[in-house]
Design a protein around this ligand. Structure first.
Ligand code: ARG
Ligand code: ZN
Length: 884
């Protein structure tokens, strides 16, 4: 844990005696307290003497007093678990610095100085994976949000922009490749088998975008010619043996570069773009200027080891990080409260990119599914926060579905209201106006307002208010007019008891139920608590299709006859609305079932309507298989739980499984025919073949529930014949949920077949922890002792325990054992990797929305965590907020 290699005992250093102990009461950082930096650092030169266990760092900062800041004569440099070995000002050693907690305070007399500081770190002991750390013999960095201060003392805040010169030296055999941001300007050999390289990044950047990588890596090299004709060298660096699995990432990178030129007019601005894949990584990837660092799972793919979903995720994340070069790097954030400025916007950009690369309809449905299953629960729980939070204790806890995905939805609404062309004029103005600056969400809204010609005065509430707006709709018909009455309420969230109405853009269409046609889509804006809209020229009461394309991230409650939903599920020309009608049909049935208000006759009638809708989907020639597969996916348990004030997760699970089994039995012949048809499609990466594989999975899922023996036979055959990971994983997933020797055999074979492949072993862990098997908790307990399990690799930890936390049946076991296992994990992981540990707290934090007996068990588990003597700031913030 202690990453500081101390050259001298702390007590020998008189400065250390002054250092205040870390205060126990966590400090709350508030957005309203923002102050411009007192000192700027226009240039920094870093020198690294690299070693896995000891890296020596010399930082030379040119500091200049900021005319706009109101700091005194003291320069505050942030640190975290580092101590200064030497401090020099303008070339002379000084002794008048002191430590204030982790920070270094240095009195300075003039307006501009050169400050030089030496530090040492132990990358191999850095299990938090923030700052400079070692992974499989290589060195790499993660600085966002506040990791740079674990390398050297610096004003670690995104509004201090510097140009970087980085010189590194190290053993040539251990670190044959030496990388940093920008361009390599010089390299050479040193004494005793060492070598060195000097990098220079011409673009000023905040320190969270600094990166350094050193190790034994090989590159997949390619080039891209930008729209102005500049040739850019592209490298994807991986460990030896992995280079054959980088072609999809490279294709995605080139496609991203091209797409950003066309869709947003953004050209790449260096002659070199490096991506490095690392197996130990807290998040998905990081957009360091010119040197993106990626979790291996978002780089490596081939058909044998990666599923279609993995391929899509790689394309999306490569795009995301690349797009940050403009939305994040050229225009960065003033402070971390503005995180959604870069993340919300960049998620929107990666969503639009993936939509253009594949199926826009399917992509939109997938994005909404993520929002509903990950962000809605956040918005209705104890950790709810606006996309631009007002306060935080630990910023790492705010890399959330709210900041990212709801942030994207908020910007998407602006785009919907402006239309794509005017929106583009707004983003052009934004990039142009703020290039080279650290901007705010307010700057973004201003630019869109001006560039796109929108009035966003009231719309700004979307940045300030947390909670998912609830819209209720009721329609009336008289003469030839339709009246649509809409009301909105934004639920109370922690710290925000009362809310104001927000502008909610709703796309709608009114279908004639006889012709199946509508007169064109309209956009209405609901911006009051209650509003009535009138539509003329409808002699028959039409069928209303509302929130088409999911034009607003709200929950809509619309009482209407089942026939209308069946109609829309079969006829709506908006693919999202069609999906939504199917979902509503199922959601309302399952809710009634769980709530116990479903009579037997109604159950039969609902089931018949649902089966009819499924049959229509299976038979509809106008659908492609990717979309067909999408329409067959049942609403997630998490989303269903959201429909209740207090949910019984076991009852929800049972009701959903019962419907699945009934459909499996009822549609057995159709599903086996379907499985046969799609099984005959040979592997390729084209849409038709991917659609076939998606349906293969869906067919097996229903058959496994309704006709398990049949499904087992099919899954075994599918496993044996599989020539790709999508089919193989799908087959194992089905078998892992069923009992019998076939389960053990398939899992053993899968493990042996891929024993050298960490990413596939992650799947092996997840498949078991996420399975429908009744003994999941026993399986997880055994897997935690497996020789392939380790707490030091976040991917592996998530593979086992996130899968468990998402597996309602196991996690919510009546005994409370699932809660206990997640609680134990958090307590054990916190001292190793607090950032990843904190990610598991929200699953327990939802206790208020769970039936009382389980809620008490979940709460007790949180209290056990809270009782730990020295929790990280990360876990402490999440746990205390969850108990409040
Ligand atoms: N900016 C990165 C991204 O593209 C996420 C990095 C967050 N890292 C962290 N340690 N919190 O989304
Ligand atoms: Zn991002």
């Amino acid at each position: 844990m202690d990453i500081v290699a101390r050259p001298s005992e702390p007590t020998e250093n008189p400065k250390m005696a002054d250092a205040a102990p870390a205060p126990h009461a966590p400090q709350v950082i508030r957005r309203e307290d923002y102050q411009a930096p007192a000192w700027l650092v226009p240039d920094i030169a870093l020198e690294f003497a690299l070693g896995l266990e000891l890296t020596h760092v010399t930082a030379r900062l040119s500091v200049r007093r900021n005319a706009e800041g109101n700091g005194g004569a003291t320069l505050r440099l942030n640190g975290d678990q580092i101590t200064p070995l030497a401090v020099r000002v303008d070339g002379a050693a000084v002794n008048d610095w002191r430590l204030d907690g982790p920070d270094l305070l240095l009195p300075l007399t003039g307006d501009a100085h050169e400050v030089e500081i030496e530090t040492q770190v132990n990358p191999a002991a850095n299990s938090q994976l923030m700052g400079l750390y070692a992974s499989h013999g290589m060195l790499c960095t993660q600085c966002e949000a506040e990791g740079f201060r674990r390398i050297t003392f610096f004003p670690d805040r995104p509004d201090v922009l510097s140009t970087y010169r980085v010189r590194m030296s190290g053993d040539k055999a251990t670190f044959p490749v030496l990388l940093s941001n920008g361009n390599c300007e010089a390299q050479g050999e040193g004494a005793d088998g060492t070598h060195w390289a000097e990098w220079h990044d011409p673009w000023p950047k905040p320190c969270y975008l600094f990166a350094l990588v050193a190790g034994d890596l090989v590159a997949n090299h390619d080039t891209f010619t930008t729209m102005s004709g500049r040739k850019v060298d592209l490298n994807i660096w991986v460990r030896k043996g992995d280079e054959a699995r980088t072609s999809h990432a490279m294709d995605s990178l080139k496609a991203s570069m091209k797409w950003d030129e066309e869709a947003f007019g953004r050209e790449y601005d260096l002659d070199l773009f490096n991506i490095v894949a690392v197996s130990d990584f807290n998040m998905g990837a990081m957009e360091n200027k010119g040197l993106n660092v990626f979790n291996t799972r978002y780089v490596l793919a081939d058909p044998e080891t990666a599923t279609d979903a993995d391929y899509d995720a790689i394309e999306g994340v490569i795009g995301h990080e690349y797009f940050h070069n403009w939305s994040g790097n050229r225009v960065t954030c003033r402070d971390w409260f503005q995180l959604s400025l870069k993340e919300g916007f960049t998620v929107l950009r990666d969503q639009l990119f993936s939509a253009d690369m594949g199926s826009p309809a399917v992509k939109r449905i997938e994005d909404v599914r993520v929002l509903r299953s990950a962000q809605y629960p956040e918005d209705s729980g104890p950790l709810a926060h606006p996309i631009r939070p007002d306060s935080y204790q630990e910023i790492s806890n705010f890399y959330t579905a709210t900041v990212y995905n709801k942030g994207a939805e908020v910007i998407r609404m602006m785009r919907t209201m402006a239309g794509p062309e005017r929106f583009r004029a707004g983003t052009d103005l934004y990039f142009d106006r703020h290039d080279g600056e650290a901007a705010t969400c307010e700057d973004f809204v201003n630019a869109i307002e001006e560039g796109a010609g929108l009035d966003l005065a009231q719309f700004r509430l979307w940045y300030a208010q947390a909670g998912t707006p609830q819209v209720s709709a009721s329609a009336g018909h008289a003469g030839d007019s339709v009246t649509l009455k809409l009301t909105q309420t934004v639920p109370a969230t922690p710290g925000q008891p009362a809310k104001q109405p927000m502008p909610i853009p709703l796309k709608l269409a009114l279908f004639d139920r006889e012709t199946g046609q509508h007169n064109g889509e309209e956009l209405i804006i609901l911006d009051k608590a209650e509003q009535t809209f009138t539509f003329k020229g409808y002699l028959r009461p039409p069928v209303l299709s509302i929130n088409r394309g999911f034009s607003a991230p709200v929950a809509i409650d619309f009482e209407r006859p089942v026939e209308d939903l069946v109609f829309l599920a079969a006829n709506d020309d908006d693919p999202f609305a069609r999906y939504e009608a199917m979902q509503s049909l199922i959601v309302r049935h399952l809710i009634a079932g769980v709530g116990g208000s479903l009579g037997e006759r109604q159950r039969q009638a609902d089931r018949a309507a649902i089966a009819q809708a499924f049959e229509a989907v299976l038979a509809d020639e106008s659908l492609d298989d990717l979309m067909r597969g999408e329409l067959m996916i049942l609403p997630a348990e998490g989303y269903l739980a959201e429909q209740f004030l207090v949910a019984d997760p076991t009852a929800i699970h049972a009701e959903r499984e019962a419907l699945k089994a009934w459909l499996g039995r009822e549609l057995k012949d159709r599903l086996t025919q379907l499985h046969d048809r799609v099984s005959a499609v040979p592997y390729s990466r084209d849409a038709a073949a991917r659609g076939a594989r998606k349906l293969k999975m869906q067919a097996l899922i229903y058959l496994a529930a309704g006709a398990p023996e049949d499904a087992k036979r099919r899954a075994i055959a599918q496993y044996r014949q599989a020539d790709n990971m999508t089919d193989r994983q799908g087959a194992v997933m089905v078998l892992a949920g069923l009992d019998g020797p076939e389960r053990r055999e398939a899992l053993a074979d899968f493990h042996d077949r891929y024993s050298g492949n960490a990413l596939v072993l992650d799947k092996w862990f997840s498949l078991q922890a996420g399975s429908l098997h009744p003994d999941v908790l026993d399986h997880v307990r055994a897997l935690a002792e497996h020789s392939d399990f380790t707490m030091s690799n976040p991917n592996r930890v998530r593979a086992l325990y996130m899968a468990l936390a998402m597996n309602a049946q196991a996690f919510h076991a009546a005994s409370g054992e699932g809660y206990r296992m997640i609680g134990d994990l958090i307590r054990k992981l916190d001292p190793i990797n607090p950032q990843t540990a904190a990610r598991f707290v929200p699953s327990l934090g939802r206790w208020r929305r769970i039936e009382p007996r389980r809620a008490a068990l979940m709460r007790a588990e949180l209290e056990r965590i809270a009782a730990e003597p020295s929790l990280s700031r990360d876990v402490l913030e999440q746990v205390t907020k969850s108990l409040d």
